[in-house]
Design a protein around this ligand. Structure first.
Ligand code: ZN
Ligand code: ZN
Length: 255
């Protein structure tokens, strides 16, 4: 499968877009930058979107997807009940933006599908399983397996404490967040995000539990602190003998 990183950051400014990626052009995960990155035709090719949690930088483009596919098709939005509830209460609510779960009447543009963590489901030919991670609101990471058996796991936003998550997955590629430099670790723990030092600890634990380390790609970077983060990540990669790269907008990975 081909994974394209559309947004590799936690906010938006020239040169940085919020989190989103798309697999083989049909399955998106998170929706921070789908519409600013994909042509109208590409948006209409999306069959489903998996959302990790309800924070704005991950759900922002769902209303515009509804607008852009309406009259053409329905897009399935998968997430945990808390995320779908927040989306329907605050964003696609018929007030801030049209209620695309009911409109157009003959073929509503969006369909919400509630997932249960730990239960595998099929989307567009991929086998997907959601795994809870530690973040400030109910959040799941997704392991996506291709028909050829290649596996991607994307954590979504997470803080430290991924032991039980690691036990449930076996990815060839791990995409995880890394938001802040190590000097801000106290704050990162408080707001449940990762630093290079916390990533180091989590990857050591991964290797202990699974007996290997996958390739690692880091997204959800704070663009104002990226140079500092990059230097620290290079050191972690060297210490672990691991392949760890920073994600960039437009990056494509073949798996
Ligand atoms: Zn976020
Ligand atoms: Zn978040």
């Amino acid at each position: 499968m081909e994974i394209e990183i559309l947004g590799a950051h936690m906010t938006e400014m020239a040169g940085a877009k919020p989190t989103a990626m798309v697999i083989d052009g049909v399955l998106a995960i998170d929706a921070g930058s789908l519409c600013s990155s994909l042509s109208l035709d590409a948006q209409r090719r999306l069959e489903a979107i998996l959302l990790t949690h309800c924070h704005y930088d991950h759900i922002r483009d769902i209303p515009f997807i509804g607008m852009n596919v309406s009259g053409q098709r329905s897009v399935d939005i998968y997430s945990n009940p808390e995320t779908l509830e927040a989306l329907y209460t605050h964003l696609v609510d018929g007030k801030i933006y049209p209620d695309f779960l009911k409109w157009p009447e003959d073929q509503p543009a969006l369909r919400f599908i509630t997932i249960s963590p730990g239960e595998a489901f099929n989307v567009s030919g991929y086998s997907v399983v959601a795994v809870p991670v530690a973040h400030g609101v109910p959040t799941v990471g997704y392991q996506v397996s291709s028909p050829q058996g290649k596996k991607l796991f994307y954590t979504g936003d997470t803080g430290a404490g991924l032991d039980s998550c690691w036990q449930q997955i076996s990815p060839d590629l791990l995409i995880t967040e890394l938001s802040l430099p190590t000097r801000m670790e106290d704050w990162a723990r408080k707001v449940t995000h990762l630093t290079p030092n916390l990533l180091h600890e989590e990857l050591l634990q991964f290797r202990k539990v699974k007996g290997y380390l996958p390739s690692v790609l880091l997204i959800h970077l704070n663009p104002t602190l990226e140079d500092e983060i990059e230097k620290e990540v290079a050191q972690v990669a060297e210490e672990l003998g691991a392949n760890i790269a920073l994600g960039r907008e437009g990056m494509k990975i073949q798996l």
